[in-house]
Design a protein around this ligand. Structure first.
Ligand SMILES: Cc1cc2nc3c(=O)[nH]c(=O)nc-3n(C[C@H](O)[C@H](O)[C@H](O)COP(=O)(O)OP(=O)(O)OC[C@H]3O[C@@H](n4cnc5c(N)ncnc54)[C@H](O)[C@@H]3O)c2cc1C
Length: 404
């Protein structure tokens, strides 16, 4: 076992610098523009694909990093550049995570690269769980998957909502109920390939923040996919359903397994926004004069910055711990994945608000990026499980009781 160290190794430092440079030179200069346009920033994704940052290879390399930190490091830097554009780049990784956590190795090899395409032909992926009446409560999904044995095909019907890359994705990973009576234990995930008839985009949402990331409804109307696109395969699903019917616990629920794996990387994005706002406010507080002195010379301002930095560093430690645990097969016995996302998400909201306060009126107008960072930060207490749901996961884990 390696000696304990908080230093990043050479590979990690290189990746950190590489992604930071991309965020600084390619993302930051156009962040305001894409926030105003509220559209997917295809030219930026293309640029990221050209340098290899938007690719199945990069995500695989990050995954194989033994410390588990690589993806968290990259996500922090991208979101430091801009959270909406970062999500436009990282959104496909959620679809990939859906395949990696529930699929067979063969399915991953076939479909993983298709979540990204090539620099010449960019593809994107989506992970579709949420529905109009089932957000936090994923056990009550109404989207149905029915098996047509004669044709060895699955037929999907339902409506998904708030789906990142929904409708514009080439690869949609859809979670649907096979046996509604079993709640989340009766669900399975399916790959819906590019151009499949019956899948269409519903409403595209106008949002408060992360506006460069596309969020929309996905309508599934008699969507037929071959039996081979059930993630994990039919035999495994039948076993899982049989165990659930006997009242036994199964290895995991389709959506939950994906969220557990991706929460630290989501926390890392929140961390990136918080760091951006802190750095900006620190510089500003040193420059801005009031009553004949720099505003940072007032404890009221300096202590805010001290608290902001402390919370950011604490968030990073939680994110890195959870990332390391997930990669090294350590079970989250106290909801450590949820802790990282909970704390980093709430820190981002707090720090960006404090940054606005430090900048006074200049913080409130669009000439400076902090108002955007504040709008962007708020999603991190909502998606991938709200802050309340993260607390529920932690409370259940530490108490062993079914807290409601
Ligand atoms: C921009 C954006 C992108 C998204 N991307 C995706 C995506 O790619 N794929 C996807 O599947 N989904 C996605 N979502 C959906 C997101 O995950 C859900 O919005 C989220 O899980 C919350 O669900 P809800 O909105 O239905 O809120 P609800 O579940 O209705 O919750 C409403 C409020 O009640 C609280 N609450 C609910 N249950 C409890 C409880 N038991 N105890 C205490 N409080 C509770 C919640 O914390 C919240 O404050 C996205 C959402 C947004 C806004």
């Amino acid at each position: 076992m390696a000696e304990f160290s908080m230093d990043l190794n050479e590979d990690q430092q290189q990746i950190q610098k590489w992604v930071h440079d991309f965020a600084e030179t390619v993302i930051r200069p156009v962040a305001h523009e894409w926030d105003e346009r509220e559209e997917t920033p295809w030219p930026v994704i293309e640029e990221a694909a050209k340098v290899g940052l938007y690719s199945f290879d990069f995500v695989s390399q990050a995954f194989f990093d033994e410390s588990g930190l690589m993806m968290a490091i990259a996500a922090e830097e991208l979101a430091w550049g801009d959270a909406g554009i970062a999500l436009a780049i990282l959104g496909s990784t959620l679809g990939l995570a859906g395949i990696a956590s529930n699929g067979t190795p063969e399915q991953l090899i076939e479909w993983g690269p298709q979540c990204f395409g090539t620099p010449e032909k960019i593809q994107v992926a989506a992970f579709a769980v949420s529905e109009p009446d089932a957000g936090s409560d994923v056990s009550s999904l109404r989207t149905r998957a029915v098996y047509d044995e004669a044709k060895d095909e699955w037929v999907l019907n339902g409506t998904k909502t708030w789906i990142t890359n929904g409708g514009i994705a080439d690869v949609h990973v859809v979670v649907a109920s096979v046996d509604p009576e079993l709640g989340s234990r009766g669900q399975a995930s399916f790959i819906v390939p590019p151009g499949t008839p019956g899948l269409s985009q519903g409403q595209k949402f106008k949002k408060m923040g992360i506006r460069a990331s596309h969020t929309a409804e996905v309508v599934l109307d008699d969507v037929r996919v071959p039996g081979s696109l059930l993630l994990g395969g039919k035999e495994k699903l039948d076993e899982k359903l049989a165990r659930a019917r006997e009242g036994k616990r199964s290895a995991g629920q389709a959506a939950m397994k994906t969220f557990e794996a991706s929460r630290p990387a989501v926390g890392a994005q929140a961390l990136g926004i918080a760091r951006a706002a802190y750095e900006y406010a620190l510089d500003y507080a040193k420059e801005r004069k009031a009553f004949g002195r720099a505003i940072i010379e007032n404890q009221a301002i300096a202590f805010k910055l001290a608290d902001m930095k402390t919370r950011i560093d604490a968030s990073r430690l939680l994110v890195w711990r959870a990332s390391w645990m997930a990669r090294n097969g350590k079970e989250f016995t106290a909801g450590e994945g949820s802790m990282s996302k909970l704390y980093a998400g709430e820190t981002a909201v707090h720090v960006t608000e404090e940054a606005i306060q430090i900048m006074g009126g200049y913080g409130y107008i669009r000439e400076h990026p902090v108002e955007r960072w504040h709008r962007d930060s708020k999603i991190f207490t909502i998606f991938e499980g709200t802050s309340e749901i993260q607390r529920l996961v932690i409370a259940r884990a530490i108490s062993g009781m079914h807290i409601q």
